[in-house]
Design a binder for this molecule. Sequence first.
Ligand SMILES: Cc1cc2nc3c(=O)[nH]c(=O)nc-3n(C[C@H](O)[C@H](O)[C@H](O)COP(=O)(O)O)c2cc1C
Length: 216
Amino acid sequence: MNVRDLEKLIKGRRSVRRWKKNEVSDELLTKAVELATWAPNGGNYQGWHFIVVKRKEMIEKIADAVQSVSDKIASWPEATPWQEDVNRYQKNASFFRNAPVCIGVLSGAYQSPMDKVLVARESFDPEAREILEFRRSAPTGLQSGAAAVTTMLLVFHQMGLGAVWMVSPIQAKKEIENLLKSPPNMNLICLIAVGYPDESPQKDRKPVDEVLEFVR
Ligand SMILES: Cc1cc2nc3c(=O)[nH]c(=O)nc-3n(C[C@H](O)[C@H](O)[C@H](O)COP(=O)(O)O)c2cc1C
């Protein structure tokens, strides 16, 4: 594959939120997860876990849990100043209910040797605590999970599938982790909904000059 082909793949992928009813084979899903695990990850610790849900009732239960938390947030009086926007979010909160597949992405806490030293000192050394806070502001486990998700979305796109990366369902994290029977010490970081696309959304990006800076 040359860079032009890679560019076409990267720019051609869009978040897809409407799917055909066709089943997605276990083979494709397994291959996508396998390739996702080749993403860069902190210390090659590979502390991630992927739960692929194909059972419709389970996807509906997850969607119900997310919708119920959204309804609650939208009903609180503090929502009033932003009610229109909040209602829009509330209305779309469980759009993934009709996805043929929903993948829970979980990440374990990764502690590098440096973290271990800092944790041992944080209770009595403000400098160590500050450094630990810097490190915690950019969690390695979370970033590794994000690298895997990005890779998986590109693989799905190349397979002719359409997927969307969803973090807002995290508002029902406890319920979803219980439904998925997620392994202990694992943290749900997002859901991916995937299927054969039934829409072709368009999106643009800022010109690269707006976001790029060189230091020479
Ligand atoms: C960290 C992250 C969280 C996201 N969470 C959601 C979400 O909760 N619901 C949703 O519909 N899309 C979600 N998206 C998809 C973005 O809305 C989408 O990537 C963005 O609008 C750009 O569109 P594109 O993916 O088609 O290029 C998320 C994307 C990322 C990277």
